[in-house]
Design a protein around this ligand. Sequence first.
Ligand code: EPU
Length: 421
Amino acid sequence: MDRFLVERSGPLRGTVEVGGAKNAALPIMAACLLTEEESLLDGVPRVTDVESMLNILRVLGVECFWNGDTLVLRPGGYTGWTAPYELVSLMRASVCVLGPLLAKQGRARVPLPGGCVIGLRPIDLHLKGLQALGAEIVMDHGDIVARAERLCGNTAHVAGPSGSSVLATANVMMVATLAEGVTIIEQAACEPEVVDLANFLIAMGAKIVGHGTSIMHVEGVSRLRGARYRVIADRIEAGTLLMATAMLGGDVLVRGAREDHLRAVVDKLIEACVTIEQEDGGLRVRSTRELKGVEVTTLPFPGFPTDLQAPMTALMSVSRGVSLMTEKIYPERFMHVPELKRMGAQISREGPSAIVKGVERLSGAPVNASDLRAAAALVLAGLVAENCTEVFGIEHLDRGYAHLEQKLVSLGARLTRERSS
Ligand code: EPU
């Protein structure tokens, strides 16, 4: 397994371009299963989760290849309806093939995604939503088996105790595009990635209104066509780069970062004494590295994203005073905390909250990343720590960040990847 060697660095200077959003690309790739026609996708990041989704699509019978930076997906008359366990177990987002397979093939078999280091991740809302549209669902040998003779529009709710589900909204929306009549999706997720999927489906000929709000209307059509589409820039990568500059100090233009996708994050960074301004198709961030502690609660969009909780906790570790991080989406998503503590961070846990007492300096240590956002947090912590930090588990980082280390190095950060032979 590869590891990073991370040295104390900074300040960061220059311009960096944000890549396409993994969490927008994955459901959009799955949506290609709704048509026989070719789709061309630009801006899809070259990360291992995208490779996993490509492998699933190939098993289902879709011809997939890269033409330069454009991803070409040719479903043709694919007949597959079973997603293999070996691939689904690599990535929970595989569940977003469930809706398109059901809508197009009338049946789908997808292994129930297993446990996950960020906590319990049930899929009851996906199943209830699909059942509302007429799917019959049974569990068989650990697989979800869904069938439908006829799918009909209905009202579907896609929220649970922690708020709306992003991928349940995606699955129900995709099925509704080909169901008879109108589907009303109540308490729909409003995340930019859901809006991006809706825009792609509209480009395919779907009739959708209300995306980006909590009530969506989808009027079913008899068929969808292929489309050419560019996925949005990755707001989580953008936020990670803003936080890196905030922690290391400097002056960086994060090109492609959108204030409307990152408002809660920008507000908190400004409160922490970072300067952020909109400029030239991006956000310019300036920091003296003198940061002030803040209180943050993760919430569904437009709230502070759970996917930036770990990097923000690393930032809090070196901010003056006491910070409070409360995780409302995945209350157990704190696997990075013991690793940050190994580097000298002063963090205590109380239920879904982390109380962070800022320290002057972190100190380098070997640390292990449990998931991709934890990996990003440990890299940021390593960049402000004394001595060298070895970050293990960076295969997790590679699942969702494309070229993060090259981007940070281009701004002046000191980290290298040691490849295992
Ligand atoms: N939930 C349920 N029942 C369900 C589905 C979800 O109770 O059927 C709960 C979850 O346990 C959680 C909350 O609802 O408490 C929200 O989960 P959601 O379903 O929205 O998560 P997801 O759609 O499976 C996507 C992202 C995650 C991101 C979450 C929240 C993709 C591929 N994944 O997951 O991204 O954390 O939304 O914003 O889009 C990441 O990129 O690191 C990542 C984990």
